[in-house]
Write a protein that binds this ligand. Structure first.
Ligand SMILES: Cc1ncc(COP(=O)(O)O)c(C=O)c1O
Length: 357
């Protein structure tokens, strides 16, 4: 038996896990520093861990009330109606739900190049074709509304990422507004703020009150340290918020994810410690890496290192895992996630040693 033709669907290649790498290299996982997936170096909030433990015995029931509680808690933080919060299994889940809600065979979408691989993947599942707008090194990876609008040709969805993965560049609120204003009423602008906690720039949240054609993606995977729980959400305009019940996979967000999310939202200290360390680590990398880097609003820094594959392999052998950005089309760059102060110092030292060889 065959699947349908999936030849246009490029497989998603995640960064390798610490256990996998340790096994391959015959090393103790504890001795490795993993800075390749933009995870939280402090782990999850201790309150989230307690919540997961204490609700473990309730997982035999479907998540109902706790789903409502988390939706309301998130709505409160954004001063939005609970209906405007689409809880999803990760930010990736929100991209899927948008595909289900907006895309039909023959539609087209516009994605950044370089950019997050799941935008085109999730769109193609719904028969959409994919075009790209450039974010160029010549322009220091700055994101310009003009470049997006030049590439725009009636696409059904445009994906903006701010802060942008993997370059770290950002858009201002007025730049996001310019894209939404410069496109048709039936074009949805998705503002992916997966790294939104790490920047001082304002969220595009206000736009969803102003307009029906903008939506925002947020996640618990980064600043909240819950990547393994798979918890994210979208903030959507009221005009089409009720579509959630028609596109949501029943009970897709698990009981434990909801409890962990609620507890993590309550732990401001954990998020503040994380953000403060990220700000320190970005500056440290800019100052001390013997490589060209770019200003980043995210919890990572892009560095130009020559042969990215060879550098990533050599640092990995020395116990530091960074992301080779060849899969983003940047074969001379690695992306280094912000670690604890100790891990960041070790990563910089290791990369500098490899570059000096
Ligand atoms: C730009 C961007 N958007 C969305 C996501 C999805 O994150 P998650 O599905 O873990 O919430 C990621 C994950 O790395 C990302 O880098």
């Amino acid at each position: 038996m065959d699947t349908r033709d999936l030849s246009a669907h490029v497989p998603y290649r995640a960064g390798r896990g610490i256990e996998e790498v340790a096994r391959d290299l015959g090393l103790d996982p504890e001795s490795l520093v993993k800075l390749s997936s933009n995870e939280n170096p402090f782990g999850p909030s201790p309150r989230a861990v307690d919540a997961i433990r204490s609700h473990a015995d309730s997982v035999y029931t479907y998540p109902k009330a706790v789903h409502t509680d988390l939706t309301e808690a998130i709505a409160n933080t954004w001063d939005a109606d609970p209906q405007q919060v689409w809880l999803c299994p990760g930010g990736d889940g929100f991209l899927n739900y948008l595909g289900r809600a907006f895309l039909a065979e023959g539609d087209s979408v516009l994605v950044p190049d370089p950019g997050f691989a799941y935008y085109p993947m999730s769109a193609r599942y719904h028969g959409a074709t994919v075009d790209q707008y450039p974010i160029t090194r010549d322009g220091d990876f700055e994101q310009r509304p003009g470049d997006v609008l030049d590439a725009y040709d009636g696409h059904r969805i445009i994906y903006l990422t701010t802060p942008h993965n993997p370059t770290g560049s950002e858009l201002t609120l007025s730049e996001v507004r310019a894209v939404a204003e410069g496109t048709d009423d039936e074009t949805l602008t998705v503002v992916d703020e997966a790294y939104g906690e790490f920047t001082d720039r304002p969220s595009a949240r206000d736009l969803i009150d102003e307009r029906e054609d903008v939506t925002i993606l947020r996640t618990f995977s980064k600043a909240y340290g819950l990547a393994g729980m798979r918890l994210g959400y979208g903030l959507v305009p009221t005009a089409w918020a009720d579509a959630y019940d028609r596109v949501n996979t029943p009970f897709a967000v698990s009981t434990l994810a909801c409890h962990a999310g609620l507890a993590a939202l309550d732990d401001r200290e954990h998020v503040e410690q994380t953000v403060e360390t990220v700000q320190w680590a970005r500056e440290y990398m800019h100052e001390h890496l013997n490589a060209r880097t770019w200003e980043s609003g995210g919890n990572f820094v892009l560095a130009e290192v020559g042969d990215a594959g060879a550098v990533a392999e050599a640092t990995q052998e020395a116990g530091v895992i960074v992301r080779d950005c060849s899969s983003f089309g940047l074969d001379d760059c690695v992306r280094i996630s912000c670690g604890t102060r100790e891990d960041t110092r070790r990563a910089v030292e290791t990369i500098n040693e490899v570059l000096g060889e």
